[in-house]
Design a protein around this ligand. Structure first.
Ligand SMILES: Nc1ncnc2c1ncn2[C@@H]1O[C@H](COP(=O)(O)OP(=O)(O)O)[C@@H](O)[C@H]1O
Ligand SMILES: O=C(O)C1=C[C@@H](OP(=O)(O)O)[C@@H](O)[C@H](O)C1
Ligand SMILES: [Mg+2]
Length: 161
């Protein structure tokens, strides 16, 4: 989910493993020359989802040893979760919705078009409902890390490193 720490922890994990780090959102922003908010506003979410799928496949073809942080929606569209499971290890960061909301309130909302303009109450409702719908995709990841504050050492333990 948004705010679970994919970008932050993915970057730290890659550094610890000596792997390349790729953030799917950052890759798309650089490739398209537009922010995530602009992409949603100008061409719509559907177009963003197709760019996201294309980027995921490009990144997989470009790297052998990389940590990839996806956006929270990526595993929930097309066959992306199956595709990712075929490429390597996949992790679901299962962070409670109230924790996501407190991390994302205000600053985190601005750069995330799905959250922009929501009050605190609207944010918690949206995250709770979206999480409930998306769980069926997230739980197909090979590994789940659960808790309010997941750490890099949690990934390493699961990978026996
Ligand atoms: N493990 C963590 N513990 C506490 N706060 C975190 C953790 N990971 C990320 N954060 C904070 O939560 C916010 C969202 O993190 P981010 O890595 O962008 O999440 P995502 O990429 O999953 O949306 C940031 O403000 C970040 O500093
Ligand atoms: O959950 C989502 O649908 C989205 C998550 C975002 O990434 P983060 O999960 O890194 O915030 C970004 O891809 C876009 O705003 C949509
Ligand atoms: Mg991110």
């Amino acid at each position: 989910m948004m705010g679970s720490g994919k970008t932050t922890l993915g970057r730290q994990l890659a550094q610890r493993l000596g792997y390349t780090f790729v953030d799917l959102d950052e890759y798309i922003v650089r490739q398209q020359g537009q922010s995530i908010a602009e992409l949603f506003a100008v061409q719509g979410q559907e177009h963003f989802r197709s760019l996201e799928r294309q980027a995921l496949q490009q990144i997989a073809a470009q790297h052998q040893q990389a940590v990839v942080a996806t956006g929270g929606g990526a595993p929930c569209f097309f066959d992306n979760i199956d595709f990712m499971n075929r490429q390597g290890q996949t992790f679901f960061l299962d962070v409670p919705a109230n924790q996501l909301a407190s991390r994302l309130l205000r600053r985190g909302q601005q750069e995330r078009p799905l959250l922009a303009g929501k009050t605190a109450d609207e944010l918690i409702s949206y995250l709770t409902e979206t999480f409930a719908h998306r769980k069926q995709f997230y739980t197909r990841a090979k590994h789940t890390l659960k808790g309010p504050a997941i750490k890099v050492s949690d990934f390493l333990r699961v990978l026996n490193l």
